[in-house]
Ligand binder design. Structure first.
Ligand SMILES: Nc1ncnc2c1ncn2[C@@H]1O[C@H](COP(=O)(O)OP(=O)(O)OP(=O)(O)O)[C@@H](O)[C@H]1O
Ligand SMILES: [Mg+2]
Length: 660
């Protein structure tokens, strides 16, 4: 085709000594199909074709089931593949009795990271050392007695390890499938290039140098890789290139390998291999195409004219824009049609551009290895330390926990045992209980702490008054039971007033009594216990019709209660507060008691013993005087401690004496 007729084509622009005329044409994008040459970059192809997005890899928990046309022997025991033949495979995590495969038992499978013609590749964490590996599993069960059965595994074992080759760990066979465990890399060069497209030149040189080292290592060991391509080249997290997939590797020392040599990927295939056997030079050709693809983002053709165009050295100039002449020359030499004209790996290493980079690259890889080794060492030391510390401090933490629990148990026990309220007046109960619970009395002057009539769940400190041994100890006699207990517990002294109940019986003398259970100020829990309250609330209930017997009983009960109350008040009045011989001698609180409670107990005056005999004395009818509740007591402000109670009692005594 005449170039002058198509001067709008980019590919028609020829620059260089071979072209006499340089035609500077405007760079109008032309669809690939209309171009003179079918070669294009991968980015251009992506722009023309609908974008295909590979679906996210599926999380696989087990090795997928596959079918085979081959009838296979189900040998379930895993066999380690070694250069000296199969050997028994052992692992502390493998249980023969378990129906799962060795792979499923010893590895925790993360995801599928790749699929090839041979098999599927899984990223899996080995339970033996908790590290991640790539495990390649053959898709189809392999034919029995197949000569090439273990080729990839054998190649891995034969090739001496090299920093630019994917590291091999082990291979085993189970249920006629081959498993190859190798080092896990971050991604393949093909994946990296498909994202980055044309890579910067320094990265290209690094890749070139790494791959050249790998190829040189293989060639110097009489091995031909035969499948060099970006899909079989892997990048680590430090961007170090590693050559992998030794499925087609030819060991020149093994005549069987040479005989059964297969062609690699046609995209990267040297032209002479179509009619012959792979050679070192064919590897160099594949490496040259790989570097060309990485450097120019060329969409490498697998066949057709474009395939021949590359092999004839007719790569349009535009692909080399921005690439140094050194790199371009080396690439062109490597993809030379004539295998004899291609440089050997050794000759390439001696090239000035590569030789200068080899040393720095070696140092970089060494430093990264050392860094990784150091990080691994530190992390394993850290894990050991953490394990050690957790073992050492486990008993200490348990001990501390146990002591704390015991201490709180003892405190609770002590508080319960120390509750003593021999004088069962609302005032004393309140003072004592509040001193225990730490509720300040000044708060009580504003809001009665016991007025939670509408609250079924009073605060914890208040709830204590109605539970436990306090109320149980208040039984002066069996009959009093709930009523008296509740009277003593319920310390709403503002409830002292003339009893409405006593007015219900006109025959009885009008005696001022304590209204024991007012609907306001008496906790519901206490109200429910008390028959008088129940009767009262029952009479309010329109559905409740109390009979004559009921009212008689209740008036007798009220009378009794009033009598008892008056006797109690008399007993209180006759207390000798200065008689210390009559005091209860209590042991000091133990040290396990919280200091706050200990302090309040220490500051409290000792409680006098109540003379209960007074209660048993027969009541002298007519002699008893109605107790008039002093206004001071009724409107009593809630003040601190027994001191105020004592002074009030004294004044009350005095006032009653005056009356006498
Ligand atoms: N060690 C590894 N680290 C990370 N990814 C890997 C590793 N080995 C394989 N892969 C991924 O799995 C894909 C297929 O792996 P591999 O090339 O070994 O399989 P294959 O069956 O030989 O395929 P093909 O014959 O097409 O080359 C690779 O392209 C790569 O994406
Ligand atoms: Mg492969």
């Amino acid at each position: 085709m005449d170039e002058t007729e198509n001067n709008t084509s980019i590919d028609s622009v020829e620059v260089g000594p071979s072209s006499p005329r340089v035609v500077a044409t405007p760079r109008i994008p032309i669809p690939v199909m209309m171009r003179e040459t079918p070669l294009s970059t991968k980015r251009e192809r992506q722009a023309l074709t609908p974008r295909f997005r590979r679906p996210a890899p599926r999380m696989i928990k087990t090795v997928p089931q596959t079918r085979s046309i081959w009838s296979v022997r189900k040998d379930t025991t895993p066999q380690l593949v070694t250069p000296h033949g199969p050997q028994e495979l052992e692992s502390p995590h493998y249980d023969r009795a378990n129906t799962q495969t060795f792979f499923e038992q010893v590895f925790q499978i993360d995801e599928i990271i790749g699929r090839g013609s041979f098999g599927e590749v899984f990223a899996a964490r080995c339970r033996e050392d908790s590290r991640l590996y790539a495990v390649k599993v053959s898709i189809a069960p392999m034919r029995q007695h197949s000569m090439s059965k273990y080729r990839e595994a054998e190649s891995h074992m034969i090739i001496p390890p090299h920093k630019n080759l994917v590291k091999f760990y082990r291979a085993w066979e189970e249920t006629d499938r081959l498993y190859i465990q190798t080092e896990l890399c971050e991604q393949s060069l093909q994946q990296y290039c498909s994202v980055q497209h044309a890579l910067p030149e320094n990265e290209i040189w690094n890749i070139f140098v790494d791959l050249l080292e790998a190829v040189h290592h293989l060639h110097s060991n009489d091995m031909i890789h035969d499948d060099i391509k970006p899909e079989n080249i892997f990048l680590t997290k430090h961007k170090i290139c590693k050559l992998g997939d030794f499925g087609l590797v030819i060991n020149l020392k093994n005549p069987n390998d040479v005989k059964s040599a297969e062609e690699g990927d046609s995209k990267y295939l040297a032209p002479e291999v179509l009619n012959g056997k792979p050679t070192f030079a064919s590897d160099i050709f594949s490496l040259g195409v790989t570097i060309l693809e990485a450097a120019t983002d060329l969409d490498v053709p697998s066949n057709g004219d474009a395939w021949h165009q590359i092999r004839n050295g007719q790569i349009p100039e535009r692909f080399f824009v921005g690439i140094s002449s050194d790199l371009r020359v080396l690439i062109e030499q490597m993809i030379n049609k004539e295998p004899m004209k291609r440089p050997t790996s050794d000759a390439l290493r001696k090239h000035l551009s590569i030789r200068t980079r080899l040393d720095s690259r070696r140092r970089y890889i060494l430093s990264m290895d050392m860094r990784d080794g150091f990080c691994n060492l530190m992390s394993s030391i850290l894990v050991w330390c953490m394990a050690f510390l957790s073992v050492v401090f486990h008993p200490v933490t348990r001990f501390h926990e146990a002591i704390n629990n015991r201490r709180s148990e003892l405190c609770a026990q002590f508080v319960n045992n120390q509750q003593h309220t021999p004088i069962q007046t609302p005032e004393t109960s309140k003072v004592y209980s509040e001193s225990l619970t730490g509720v300040a009395l000044r708060q009580a002057s504003q809001i009665s702490p016991f007025d939670f009539s509408d609250d079924e769940n009073p605060p914890h400190s208040q709830r204590r008054l109605f539970t436990g041994p306090v109320s149980r100890r208040l039984n002066f006699d069996d009959e009093m039971e709930d009523e008296e207990q509740a009277t003593c517990s319920s310390s709403n002294s503002s409830a002292i007033e003339t009893a409405e109940d006593s007015l219900s019986s006109p025959k009885k003398p009008v005696i001022p009594v304590t209204r024991q259970f007012s609907s306001r100020g008496t906790p519901k829990s206490a109200r429910r216990l008390i028959p008088s309250y129940r009767n009262r609330s029952g009479s309010r209930d329109p559905t409740h019709h109390a009979g004559a017997g009921d009212s008689m009983n209740s008036s007798i009960l009220d009378q009794e209660r009033t009598d008892r109350y008056l006797r109690m008040r008399l007993a209180e009045q006759q207390l000798d507060w200065n008689d210390h011989s009559n005091m209860i001698d209590e042991a000091p609180p133990p040290m396990s008691c919280p200091p706050r409670i200990r302090r309040s107990l220490r500051d409290m005056p000792r409680m006098p013993v109540l003379n209960f005999n007074l209660l048993d004395e027969p009541i002298k009818k007519g002699k008893e005087k109605p107790v008039v509740e002093p206004a001071e007591l009724r409107q009593r402000p809630m003040r601190n401690g027994l001191k105020s109670l004592r002074s009030r009692m004294a004044s009350f005594q005095g006032s009653s004496g005056d009356e006498n």
